[in-house]
Design a protein around this ligand. Structure first.
Ligand SMILES: Nc1ncnc2c1ncn2[C@@H]1O[C@H](COP(=O)(O)OP(=O)(O)O)[C@@H](O)[C@H]1O
Ligand SMILES: CC(=O)N[C@@H](CCC(=O)OP(=O)(O)O)C(=O)O
Length: 296
């Protein structure tokens, strides 16, 4: 079990002194943590992540993990001779791809994370959006972000209709740590593949989370020259969308993050999940990491 004292290379006493006020401040608060597929490539980092989630729970917070798995889905598709296609950060999902997505996310990635959290001393429970009727979805109508007259057919990609958080709340009350795969269900019980950033953002809003932390594989949002943008407001985000600075998987991430900030989630951060203990240090120390998204 990792404790704050074992975090190198910073001064240990300094970290503890910094952490105590945050532990008090965030006691009983919900923290939604999006664990991106690109941040989970190294087994040692995955184990660190699981230990950090357990530590948050032990000090009295309510971590809720939403996981991705884009690269893991891609590997499985490649094995079947298929190649993923993305439009505006969303995977075009035909029926066969949907089967692979469900099998990889719910069967593989989610269960790996549940196992690691339990190994670290926590009590994790894996869920998809079907469990407890949590995530109702419908087919996403995707309008081209440069030409609104064009609509793309992205297959079984889901647009969230509603989230019923009661199953998450029940688990939290019983000291479990929910680990959620971004899969929704439709009116006819059909499955939908939903971008994990979108699920994490909406869930943070519905749960009235204190924080939303999105762990990815960049230091945060970068400008065209590769410099880290530490703070982004809605206006600046519009400019970065318009001039093409933000593209691919960063599009749904930023859009979701901004929605969560506007909906009242106090702090929304995009941070580098490849840095050991990045999430813990972001939540429990005063140092700013990555990019903070603000509504204004
Ligand atoms: N302005 C930007 N700053 C940082 N990353 C960006 C930017 N625009 C696009 N990206 C891309 O977004 C990726 C992160 O999104 P994504 O691949 O969906 O990761 P995750 O699996 O963490 O959700 C980065 O690896 C990078 O390739
Ligand atoms: C619609 C859509 O794009 N769904 C994603 C779901 C997984 C995900 O979001 O994974 P990351 O967070 O690792 O990118 C996909 O199929 O890749």
């Amino acid at each position: 079990m990792t404790d704050l004292l074992s975090i190198a290379p910073r001064d240990k006493a300094e970290i503890l002194a910094q952490a105590l006020p945050y532990i008090r401040k965030f006691h009983g608060k919900t923290m939604v943590i999006k664990y991106g597929g690109n941040a989970m490539t190294d087994p040692a980092l995955q184990a660190d992540f699981a230990e950090d989630v357990v530590l948050l729970k032990l000090v009295g917070m309510n971590p809720v993990v939403v996981h991705g798995g884009g690269p893991q889905i891609e590997t499985a598709l490649n094995r079947l001779g298929k190649k993923g296609e993305f439009i505006q950060g969303m995977r075009v999902t035909d029926a066969e791809t949907m089967e692979v997505v469900e099998w990889v996310l719910a069967g593989e990635v989610q269960q790996d994370i549940v196992g690691l959290i339990n190994q670290a001393g926590g009590k994790a429970v894996g869920l998809t959006g079907r469990d407890g009727g949590m995530i109702r979805a419908q087919k996403l109508k995707m309008v081209d972000n440069k030409n609104p007259a064009i609509e793309h057919d992205v297959g079984q990609v889901g647009d969230i209709v509603s989230i019923d958080p009661s199953v998450v709340k029940a688990l939290q009350d019983d000291a479990f740590i929910p680990v959620i795969s971004p899969i929704g269900f439709g009116e006819n019980n059909e499955s939908y593949n939903i971008n994990a950033d979108v699920v994490a953002s909406k869930l943070a809003e519905v749960l009235k989370a204190e924080k939303l932390v999105l762990l990815t594989n960049t230091p945060g949002v970068l400008d065209k020259a590769g410099n880290l943008l530490t703070d982004l407001t809605a206006r600046r985000i519009d400019e970065l969308f318009a001039d093409g600075t933000i593209s691919g998987g960063m599009l749904p991430k930023i859009a979701g993050a901004l929605d969560a900030a506007k909906a009242g989630v106090n702090a929304v951060h995009i941070i580098d999940g490849r840095v050991p203990h990045a999430m813990l240090l972001e939540i429990l120390t005063e140092q700013a990491y990555g990019t903070m998204i603000r509504s204004h």
